[in-house]
Design a protein around this ligand. Structure first.
Ligand code: G1P
Ligand code: ZN
Length: 547
């Protein structure tokens, strides 16, 4: 270990910034906001000030490599040392995917971790940056912690930081920083090892050996190195299976969100004449996933349901599932699987942090959100590559194509037609007006077109483990046949407001399983727009993104 000259702790005076309030997943702002003097430092000091007992303990640190990642890592290292951490484990180059960070926190019993990412939001000098604190269990800090951090940001008067040169982040190994050790780790190794312990790598290797082809779109974001190592090197997928595999600070000017709109390179490949057997993509920080078959799109809600029904085929889940958890707006397809398996299906508010307690308490094994998030109790984050490997394991075990597996699932359980319509960049007041208007509607018993309203409410969740109550988590309009419309405002955006409308209709009849999602949902889509008075209140007629 290199020795360091004596290094001074500086206590720098500062004053609070407005709006350092973590949203659905950490604090996200434009890079320019984070670049203001003391902005990042105030937030980091507020994290440390609200935690107890970290002296001499380990902090895990890394990010998705977006613009400002390296600079932020240096600041946080110097602040962690000045605040008394014993060790920081940081991914080489400042890189750690979100699920890999969760894996490392858990594996090494760290005190917690800081993840630098704005997930699927674009990166670059004029785009987004973000910071998130995860606790010792490896998952996003629960609301009471994020609220305490926010409260602290409003009181802060100073922060502690070392006055010293930057640390070399590109060499694996340990260096001293004041009284703290900085340990640069391989960002992929621990994660890859965990994946090998969960899935039948031999069966997947045979699948690839026998000619199965995958196209994985890393979208120039963090999963490139992970996918190359696991899919191509360890599992033998043909070189070139991973596209856009080089992480870039601006994600190649793309929008690293794995959906049908933004993962256009992949969609073109999968709908083309020589399409491979499977397509997949992940987002900026590696926690989201999209799964495609040849000319076939698997909705994230269906993906969760199919994986739950087939999880026993993967060695890590051979003993069965303790339960499934899904976020409220996610379709009810997983509920039907849970019922058939005789296990509970929990319904939580949007955001992965709500799954943490259920996973810790052994009440759920698989979790998922409609927003391309799937995962399990192996870490405390959603996990994009995990979902891809789980699918590969299921395909290898069943010997069927992706679309055959999903169609078979519908035949057995029925199909939940599902779509989400986003209206992005709305005037904040107009968007809040829509929600307020919906909140005040009394719809119970009303007939609307071919539907009858069973009830409508603003979803409130009581955590079954610690009793914490989270109110106002989205407006639900539920119909007597189980169809639903859900409305909520995004908690991750950085400009204006985004209104999300989720629509779901159950179709038990296999003869009717071949419709296009939007067609099958046409009546509900029209009802949803009418009820919310979208055109009049927002001036918009069509959504910005449909998934
Ligand atoms: C969105 C998704 C949500 C996900 C979050 C973080 O949050 O809808 O499911 O957990 O990103 O990836 P929202 O912008 O809707 O608040
Ligand atoms: Zn993400």
């Amino acid at each position: 270990m290199a020795t360091e000259p004596s290094i001074k702790v500086i206590i720098r005076e500062s004053t609070p910034f407005e709006g350092q309030k973590p949203g659905t997943s950490g604090l996200r702002k434009k890079v320019k906001v984070f670049q203001q003097p003391h902005y990042l430092e105030n937030f980091v000091q507020s994290i440390f000030d609200t935690q107890e007992g970290f002296e001499g303990q380990t902090l895990v640190l890394g990010g998705d490599g977006r613009f400002y990642n390296r600079e932020a890592v240096q600041v946080i290292l110097k602040m962690a040392a000045a605040n008394g951490f014993g060790r920081v484990m940081v991914g080489r180059g400042g890189i750690l995917s979100t699920p890999a960070a969760s894996c490392v926190i858990r594996k090494y019993g760290a005190f917690g971790g800081i993840i630098l990412s704005a997930s699927h939001n674009p990166g670059g000098p004029d785009e987004d940056f973000g910071i998130k604190y995860n606790t010792a269990a490896g998952g996003p800090a629960p609301e009471k912690v994020t609220e305490a951090i926010h409260a602290r940001t409003r009181q802060i008067t100073s922060y502690r930081i070392l006055d010293c040169p930057d640390v070399d982040l590109d060499q694996i190994g340990e260096t001293a920083l004041g009284g703290m050790v900085v340990q640069v780790i391989d960002p992929v190794e621990d994660y890859a090892e965990l994946m090998e312990s969960l899935f039948d790598f031999d069966a997947i290797r045979t699948l690839f050996h026998d000619g199965f082809r995958i196209c994985f779109d890393a979208m120039h974001a963090v999963t490139g190195p992970y996918a190359c190592e696991i899919l191509e090197k360890r599992l033998g997928a043909v070189p070139g299976s991973v596209i856009n595999g080089k992480p870039l600070p601006d994600f190649g000017q793309g929008h690293p969100d794995p959906n049908l709109v933004h993962a256009h390179d992949l969609v073109a490949v999968m709908n083309g004449p020589a399409a491979p057997d499977m397509g997949a993509a992940s987002d900026g920080d590696g926690d989201r996933n999209m799964i495609l078959g040849r000319n076939f799109y698997v909705t994230p809600s269906d993906s969760l349901a199919v994986l739950a029904a087939n999880a026993h085929l993967a060695p890590g889940y051979a003993e069965g599932l303790k339960g499934i958890a899904r976020s409220m707006p996610t379709s009810q397809a997983p509920d039907r699987v849970a019922e058939a398996l005789g296990i509970p299906c929990w319904e939580t508010p949007t955001g992965w942090k709500f799954f943490g307690n259920l996973l810790d308490a052994g009440k759920a094994t698989l979790c998922g959100e409609e927003s391309f998030g799937t995962g399990s109790d192996h870490v405390r984050e959603k996990d994009g590559l995990w979902a891809v490997l789980m699918w590969l394991n299921v395909v290898a075990a069943r010997g069927e194509a992706i679309d055959e597996i999903v169609r078979g699932h519908w035949r057995q359980y029925g199909r939940n037609y599902y779509s989400r319509h986003d209206y992005e960049g709305l005037d904040t007041e107009a968007a809040e007006g829509v929600m307020e208007h919906l909140r005040n509607l009394a719809l119970k018993g009303r007939r609307i077109g071919s539907f009858e309203v069973a009830f409508n409410d603003d979803f409130s969740y009581t955590d079954p483990v610690d009793g914490a109550v989270s109110k106002k988590q989205g407006i639900r309009v539920v119909f007597t046949d189980g169809s639903r419309i859900v409305y909520r405002l995004s908690g991750t955006g950085t400009a204006g407001a985004t209104l999300r409308i989720y629509m779901e209709r159950y179709e038990p009849d296999p003869e009717k399983h071949d419709q296009d999602n939007q067609d099958a949902l046409a009546e509900l889509i029209a009802i949803a727009k009418d009820l919310a008075e979208i055109s009049r209140r927002t001036g918009r007629d069509t959504p910005t993104v449909i998934t």
